[in-house]
Design a protein around this ligand. Structure first.
Ligand SMILES: Nc1ncnc2c1ncn2[C@@H]1O[C@H](COP(=O)(O)OP(=O)(O)OP(=O)(O)O)[C@@H](O)[C@H]1O
Length: 457
């Protein structure tokens, strides 16, 4: 039997060796992190290079024409901007985009969430003769837009699964015969791909010279490389084929170079004028918090965060992974004195609309949703306690807003199984895991890198 002294000596040696190995692991992990960062940077740069070659070949460039010069419609546009939309000055690229659309060109707009994309097609829609068609992926998004336009006194309608028979009749008459007052018509993509009746009315509208503009909102949904591919968006190329003389404006907040190229191809707009604004949103503050394995602790933390930073009922969204979790989290937040309700695709349309309206009118502080609630909700104020994927909703009024992501490495396998069959699914997931784990890099810089944009201070 070895003496106690020998054992102690060996224990000490082992401890020293463990410490040494831990140091080495730390150094290696740091090295791995740097390499991953450089890898993403190089891949993004490579994509961007491919893109610019493509741009030159296609002649799609923002520099060829001067869209900020003066145009015949300047005074009319200014009048509508100010007196109908109540907007005193343009934000970056808005005026140029409007001029390109008014000139009848196909246009692609990449502009950060809340940057003011809607004005870029709504304003030309009012000035051009006839009806503008807007394709938008989600009911909640469409309802929100139509509500907003009605408040401005603009005649906009939507043709979706919830449209009443009377309203449908009104819309079809407007398309077919030019009756009634309709300037902007919102539809979901299924209408284009599945409703022969609608397409035939649209054709009549076009033949009579009354289809003024086609707008594809959230256009990244067309691309399998985008983060939210929707099969019905795949067929939207038919619009340009059938109505070649009508300008198409494709808008999205997020499109890597690969997605942009894909969109031009899928929507048949190879010669579009492209406007790319910065992805940077200086008013958003990104934070990552380690997520406890105990559910109650996480809810306590979220509730404390809301109560500490947003005591005046400022609006927010909490995103969860599943519908069941949304319901549980909303209940738990209510139990902690926060006015919260859930929103997900399993609810019936009326219940969903009610929650959305309460929240919009500040009768509800927090919506707990799946990403179904993410896209396009136009509510400008307040906080968002959200995943990085959906920070799009936060701070749309330009005021400071916080984006807090709860991360636990043990959640990764569950997420992996969900995205495994998606194009670039795992790659995107690992990017976000690195975003969470990196302690060295500014979080904002990962966003620039992902979209191949030069770093800003
Ligand atoms: N030039 C402007 N001046 C002031 N406010 C503006 C201007 N342009 C747009 N807005 C307002 O900014 C908010 C966001 O605009 P909009 O909904 O068009 O954003 P978006 O780019 O479509 O965002 P998302 O990608 O999230 O849908 C709206 O409340 C809109 O009225």
């Amino acid at each position: 039997m070895e003496s106690q002294e020998t054992l102690l000596e060996e224990l000490l040696n082992v401890e020293v060796e463990i410490q040494d190995v831990e140091e080495q692991i730390k150094t290696l992990l740091e090295r791995q992190e740097r390499l991953y960062d450089r890898k993403s940077e190089l891949k993004a740069l490579l994509e961007a290079t491919k893109g610019s070659v493509h741009q030159v070949k296609d002649g799609t460039s923002t520099t060829v024409e001067n869209w900020s010069g003066s145009f015949a419609w300047d005074s009319e546009v200014d009048n509508v901007r100010f007196n109908v939309f109540g907007i005193s000055t343009y934000r970056a690229n808005q005026r140029e985009i409007i001029n390109a659309v008014m000139s009848g060109r196909d246009v692609m707009v990449i502009m950060a969430a809340g940057g003011g994309k809607s004005l870029c097609y709504q304003l030309p829609a009012l000035l051009r003769n006839g009806i503008a068609l807007v394709v938008s992926p989600l009911l909640s998004l469409i309802q929100d837009q139509v509500m907003g336009l009605a408040a401005l006194g603009i005649s906009a309608n939507m043709l979706t699964s919830t449209t009443s028979k009377d309203e449908e009749k009104f819309i079809y008459k407007a398309l077919e015969k030019g009756d009634g007052d309709l300037k902007i018509l919102y539809v979901t993509p299924e209408k284009i791909s599945k409703s022969k009746r609608f397409m035939s009315k649209l054709e009549k509208c076009h033949n009579a010279g009354r289809l003024s503009l086609i707008s594809i909102d959230e256009a990244h949904c067309c691309s399998q490389w985008g983060h939210d591919f929707r099969p019905d968006y795949k067929n939207l190329g038919i619009l340009k084929t059938q109505f070649p003389s009508v300008p198409v404006i494709a808008l999205t907040a997020t499109a890597t170079q690969k997605v942009q190229n894909d969109l031009m191809e899928m929507l048949h707009i190879p010669r579009c004028v492209k406007f790319v604004s910065t992805v940077n949103r200086p008013n958003l503050f990104y934070m990552v918090q380690e997520k406890s394995s105990v559910g109650k602790v996480v809810i306590d933390e979220i509730a404390e965060f809301i109560q500490e930073f947003y005591p005046n009922n400022e609006s927010g969204i909490v995103y969860c992974f599943s519908r069941k979790e949304c319901e549980q989290v909303a209940k738990e937040l209510r139990a902690r004195g926060i006015s919260a309700n859930y929103y997900h695709a399993d609810m019936d349309v009326n219940a969903r609309e009610k929650v959305h309206t309460w929240w919009s009118k500040n009768k509800l502080q927090v919506i707990v949703g799946t990403v179904a609630f993410g896209m396009g909700i136009n509510k400008p104020d307040g906080l968002s306690s959200i995943t990085a994927w959906e920070s799009g909703r936060a701070g749309r009024d330009g005021l400071p807003s916080q984006c807090l992501l709860y991360f636990r490495p043990a959640d990764v396998p569950r997420q992996s199984s969900m995205v495994f069959y998606e194009n670039s699914g795992l790659q995107n997931l690992y990017d976000i895991v690195r975003y969470c784990q990196s302690r060295r890099q500014c979080r904002r810089s990962s966003i620039f890198r992902h979209f191949a944009e030069p770093l800003q201070d």
